[in-house]
Design a protein around this ligand. Structure first.
Ligand SMILES: [Zn+2]
Length: 116
């Protein structure tokens, strides 16, 4: 079963060439604590955006390492793109926007992003 996700209005939708994850990170950095995201990172090659980028707005701050994507219509934040600590490109999914996954069934690990 491939993981699928979307924003609330459906103008952003994606699929992933991987099974839905069983673990996620909850980060306490300045943006994640505001959004309440549950995060999991994947290789960009496995991520398929199925909707036009025209409907996506991008927010960056600080080191500009992560491009936080959000829907221009409904404001949801299904994913972000950027560079991981190891220099590799990554896609970070907000699992709260996943369609075929129960966030309450995921093992959540706290991540101290505020200290980076
Ligand atoms: Zn939307």
């Amino acid at each position: 079963m491939r993981l699928r996700g979307s924003c609330h209005c459906g103008k952003i939708a994606y699929s992933l060439d991987e099974e839905p994850p069983t673990e996620a990170i909850e980060c306490n950095c300045s943006i994640c604590r505001r959004k309440g995201s549950l995060l999991a990172a994947f290789a960009p090659d496995n991520f398929h955006l199925e909707t036009p980028r025209d409907d996506i707005a991008v927010y960056t701050f600080g080191k500009q390492a992560i491009r936080h994507q959000f829907c221009k219509t409904c404001g949801c934040t299904p994913f972000a793109e950027g560079t991981g600590p190891d220099g590799e490109a990554m896609v970070v999914l907000n699992l709260r926007c996943a369609d075929n996954l129960d966030p309450s069934a995921i093992k959540v690990t706290q991540f101290d992003g505020a200290s980076l």
